[in-house]
Design a protein around this ligand. Structure first.
Ligand SMILES: Cc1cc2nc3c(=O)[nH]c(=O)nc-3n(C[C@H](O)[C@H](O)[C@H](O)COP(=O)(O)OP(=O)(O)OC[C@H]3O[C@@H](n4cnc5c(N)ncnc54)[C@H](O)[C@@H]3O)c2cc1C
Length: 236
């Protein structure tokens, strides 16, 4: 059951052209229990709420980390732009759970666009901590689609995880890269469909904009991936 939390902003940082990374310290209650992939519902004004994915892993119980794309510039974006370190705020949590990890030995393929990366950061860090405890041994693959170089953040963090964990692989794909970009380009869906051949032994997690999620889900279903092995969350 979601609970009402009071928290304080302890850090706010602009990490890309349009994304802010905000860390909340929980005050009351001082700790939260949630499953990786779940959300919080920010109470930004009377009768006005906005849902945010929790980007921090569940073993971090006294803080919540979110990444907020403020480009829509609606009430939620303006609320985050106005937040200052030290501000108190309230949210209901945990909510959602559509991305809950399927308990199977199959490879987990995570595909995100934009801030759709947030729940996957939580899920991947959570899975990798179990890999360290030798209670998980499947492969984790992360595909992340952004538009431009200036949209990038967390690249180094995921590359470091890739170096540290032999079962984790990370692909960053830019759809509108400059000529200087040496990495992957195009649409993230094309890369997933080209690279992922062992569909029978994979579970898929798709999060971000509707076009990507719907298109990739349809293509996977057309390739006979069972619907219950495709978990989706639409941000907008
Ligand atoms: C389950 C769930 C989890 C979410 N988690 C996150 C998260 O972790 N980080 C995050 O940044 N957002 C997240 N969102 C989106 C977030 O809740 C808001 O919708 C978003 O911040 C816009 O709020 P707003 O009040 O600024 O704009 P609104 O006035 O609510 O929306 C303005 C318009 O912008 C569109 N829109 C919303 N988001 C985007 C976007 N990123 N790019 C382009 N257009 C957009 C909306 O569809 C609408 O048409 C999540 C949404 C859901 C449903």
């Amino acid at each position: 059951m979601p609970q009402r939390f009071t928290a304080k902003v302890i850090s706010k940082e602009k990490v890309s052209s349009k994304v802010y990374l905000v860390i909340f310290q929980l005050i009351d209650p001082p700790e939260i229990e949630f499953n990786a992939g779940q959300n919080i519902m920010l109470m930004i004004a009377p009768e006005v709420n906005r849902v945010m994915s929790i980007a921090s892993p569940p073993n971090l119980k006294n803080q919540i980390l979110m990444v907020h794309d403020v480009s829509p510039m609606g009430p939620g974006s303006i609320w985050t732009l106005n937040l200052a370190v030290g501000d108190q705020m309230e949210f209901m949590a945990p909510t959602g759970g559509a991305l809950a990890l399927i308990d199977s030995p199959r490879k987990k393929v995570f595909v995100a666009t934009g801030t759709g990366i947030a729940p996957f950061r939580s899920m991947i860090i959570d899975c990798l901590s179990r890999y360290e405890l030798l209670t998980m041994n499947y492969e984790l693959i992360l595909y992340w689609g952004l538009r431009l170089e200036e949209d990038i953040y967390w690249k180094e963090e995921f590359e470091n995880l890739e170096k540290q964990y032999p079962n984790f692989h990370f692909y960053l794909v830019l759809s509108k890269a400059s000529d200087h970009w040496q990495g992957k380009t195009g649409h993230v869906t094309e890369h997933v469909l080209n690279e992922e051949k062992d569909l029978e032994n994979s579970d898929f997690y798709l999060c971000g904009n509707k076009e990507m999620v719907k298109e990739l889900e349809e293509q996977l279903l057309a390739k006979n991936v069972p619907k219950e092995r495709i978990k989706t969350e639409l941000f907008y």
